[in-house]
Design a protein around this ligand. Structure first.
Ligand SMILES: Cc1ncc(COP(=O)(O)O)c(C=O)c1O
Length: 317
């Protein structure tokens, strides 16, 4: 019997069905833009948006562990604080924004993953003047998976280098502002990549350690944990805060200090913290092997405690 030719509509249905089956439960990814959930390919904003033209906007990256949004309040508060610092009005309240995030997570059937919340100044003209961005700021929420480094590096540790590009001075752009302009960090990242490693240590204007391009840095010396003070020009990382809390609970001494490269080279252990990276050990800095060149016991202990924390601490949806 001759097969009946399928109509365009039937074909489209089959393709949709197949793509659902192939990707398990994953439907086409939807992105939230100003109150609407749009298919990824149709999620577009104006090319006159000052977020694109000037990096004029703020963002947050948040992790979700098995339907628990980790440190949600801290991330939301930081987003609104960044916006306040650049005189950007987020056109919705915190509760409304959280509801939009949860809706986006549920629509994309994300159980564990990552939320990127972005607020841009909105569309204006080609000049810098933010007053020309007359419509409300643009609010974008993307939910997805994120893997910053391969699993092997969590086991074996990272090799990192200090780079020539200095961290922005707070009087120019305060490191607490998570702005859409990451060029300072990107230049440092390029220098790390050129040196054949994955991550860069940025010094501040005075030559002291500040942070890495997307992570905070910690060392352990004589059973004591130390991380650069916020006044050294570092982002007051939320993972950094969690690690300090965990160290206090575990009765591991911990201080916010002024650190030099010498302190790093002579550390017993070193690791980085960040929402995307979580906790990753460092075993080599500027060609110097740190201690025995293997992730250390305090790093392992804090990593375990952090993993346990992500299972219980968070807002459930
Ligand atoms: C420059 C910089 N430092 C540190 C961090 C780590 O901060 P958090 O732990 O809040 O993700 C980030 C991540 O956003 C960052 O971009």
């Amino acid at each position: 019997m001759a097969k009946k030719k399928k109509t365009g509509k039937a074909k489209a249905r089959i393709i949709r069905h197949r793509s659902r089956a192939k990707a398990g439960e994953t439907l086409t990814q939807k992105v939230y833009i100003n109150g609407k959930l749009l298919e990824k390919d149709n999620a577009k904003i104006s090319i006159f948006d000052h977020g694109l033209l000037y990096g004029d906007g703020v963002f947050e990256g948040i992790r979700v562990y098995d339907r628990l949004i980790f440190k949600l309040k801290e991330h939301i508060d930081r987003l609104y604080a960044s916006a306040q610092a650049i005189m950007l009005t987020i056109p919705m309240g915190k509760r409304q924004l959280v509801d939009a995030m949860i809706k986006t997570l549920k629509t994309n059937n994300i159980k564990s993953g990552y939320i990127r919340a972005i607020v841009t100044r909105g569309a204006g003209d080609l000049g810098l003047d933010p007053r020309k961005c007359r419509d409300n700021a643009t609010v974008v929420i993307i939910t997805d998976n994120v893997t910053l480094y391969p699993e092997k590096l969590y086991k074996d540790g990272l090799s990192i280098v200090t780079v020539p590009t200095r961290r922005n001075i707070p009087e120019a752009i305060n490191s607490q502002i998570k702005s859409l302009n990451y060029l300072n960090n990107i230049l440092a990242k390029i220098e790390a990549i050129n040196a054949g490693v994955e991550e860069a240590i940025m010094l501040n204007q005075d030559g002291f350690i500040s942070e890495c391009t997307g992570d905070n840095i910690f060392i352990v010396k004589n059973q004591r944990l130390a991380t650069p003070s916020v006044y050294c020009g570092v982002l007051n990382g939320i993972t950094r805060g969690s690690v300090i809390d965990l160290a206090n609970k575990a009765k591991i001494a911990c201080g916010e200090e002024v650190l030099t490269r010498y302190d790093l080279y002579n550390a017993d252990e070193c690791f980085l913290t960040g929402t995307a990276a979580e906790i990753i050990p460092v075993v080599k800095i500027d060609g110097r092997i740190i201690s025995i060149g293997k992730p250390g016991p305090i790093t392992a202990r804090l990593t375990r405690d952090f993993q346990l924390l992500t299972k219980v601490d968070g807002v459930r949806y």
